[in-house]
Design a protein. Structure first.
Length: 426
């Protein structure tokens, strides 16, 4: 019996857990009575005794304790190798690349195309169509609506065209007594002159209707490259609205938070050889001109399509047309808040000084496409044909009464035609 136990012990040490499992499932399963717990060490009379340790060799190392046995794997033969298992989640080699550009509050990626419009159709999730009266800060002589005659897409191009208010509402409507109320469809401030107006005395309903669309509430960004291919409108006192406007008006309403003009030219024949772009800092003459650059042409800028581009960085705004730089807007050493003749409240300038070097142009802005008529964008000058003065509250009435003159200049090319818009992160 002793020899039998020694034989089993030898098998146990040589075979490890495999023999143990087989014996417990086989031989011990036969020897032990039902319901009785028997372990192999106990059967061999080794329970509670200190176990010997087999000296390690170059092939294996086995350590035995009272309850467990650990065996190291046998080394591979010389020259053998093991193919590693493939990584289930391979590392993506592409990297985003740092950019100062933020889109809708989130940082973008270097060089990424963050907005594109080829005008297959106008989508509400991308564009807001304004339905309101024009007002502060330019007080255009127009109503913004989405009428099919004012706003449409044809052959993958956006068209925005001004028309006469009385062509839609009837002769005498502009100076009559009927209220025009946009109600719940108004995109301006409810219950204000943005949404409801009634003619009285010399105050009239705006004599023209146009369209204005924007990415307000859909898409906004800070710092980037904007490119617009467009043909600008022709006609007296008509002008394109290719703007970037502030999303939050962080520094205040109107021009207190600034405006960036991508491209602008007056539709009048004697003015349309001059193209301008840049920033507007206040409604005053100096605020409208301080950050504006211009380029003259021997031909009219609104005759053909051109590619207008701005490069908006944290330090400057560069203006291009057809890949040619015609101006760079840079703030003075103390920032735009140090410009003293903008006719702003001192508190506004102090807010700018607390911002970045480029403040107020350091916050997210959204894109605007439209056509305006009249208002405060045409400077007063003696000897010209302008039928109103900017400081005259009767300006819209004088403009309306002169329509037999300026209306003759409006025609088939009085629409803004936009081929595409692209915006990239820096």
């Amino acid at each position: 019996m002793v020899k039998f136990k020694l034989f089993l012990a030898l098998l146990y040490f040589l075979s490890g857990n495999l023999i143990k499992a087989q014996l417990e499932g086989g031989l011990l399963g036969i020897l032990k009575p039902e319901g009785v717990q028997i372990s192999l060490p106990g059967l061999l009379g080794l329970s509670g005794k200190k176990k010997s340790t087999v000296a390690p060799t170059t092939a294996t190392t086995t350590t035995t304790t009272t309850t467990t046995t650990t065996t190291t794997p046998v080394p591979l033969p010389t020259g053998a190798s093991v193919t590693p298992k493939p990584n289930k989640k391979p590392t993506d080699p592409t990297t985003c690349g740092f950019t100062p550009t933020f889109v809708n509050g989130k940082r973008s990626c270097h060089g990424k195309l963050i907005f594109q419009e080829n005008f297959g159709k106008l989508v509400d999730t991308k564009w807001l169509t304004e339905n309101r009266f024009a007002g502060d800060p330019d007080y255009e002589f127009t109503i913004y609506q989405g009428n099919v005659e004012n706003l449409y897409v044809n052959k993958n191009r956006l068209h925005i065209r001004p028309t006469l208010t009385e062509d839609k509402y009837g002769i005498g409507f502009v100076t009559g007594e009927q209220e025009l109320n946009f109600g719940d469809t108004c995109t301006g401030r409810p219950a204000t002159e943005d949404c409801v107006q009634t003619p009285r005395a010399w105050q009239i309903i705006p004599p023209t209707i146009s369209s204005l669309i924007s990415t307000k509430g859909r898409f906004s960004f800070v710092y980037g490259i904007v490119e617009i291919k467009a043909r600008l409108p022709k006609g007296d006192w008509i002008y394109p609205q290719l703007y970037l406007k502030p999303k939050s008006e962080y520094y205040g309403p109107g021009y207190e938070s600034g405006l960036i003009k991508v491209a602008y030219t007056n539709g009048n024949v004697d003015m349309s050889k001059n193209l301008t772009g840049g920033v507007v800092l206040s409604p005053s003459n100096s605020g409208r001109s301080y950050g504006i650059k211009n380029v003259a042409s021997p031909t009219h800028w609104n005759r053909d399509f051109h590619v207008y581009r701005i490069e908006w960085t944290a330090d400057s705004i560069t203006l291009k047309v057809d890949d040619e730089i015609y101006g760079v807007v840079e703030p003075p050493e103390g920032g735009f808040g140090s410009v003293t003749d903008l006719e702003h409240d001192p508190d506004v300038l102090e807010k700018w000084k607390k911002g970045s070097k480029l403040a107020p142009f350091d916050k997210e802005m959204y894109l605007v496409l439209g056509v305006g008529v009249g208002g405060q964008l045409f400077p007063d000058y003696e000897g010209g044909t302008k039928p109103w003065e900017n400081v005259d509250p009767k300006g819209p009435l004088h403009f309306y009464r002169a329509q037999d003159v300026w209306r003759k200049s409006w025609g088939d090319n009085s629409d803004l035609v936009v081929d595409y818009v692209k915006i990239w992160a820096l």
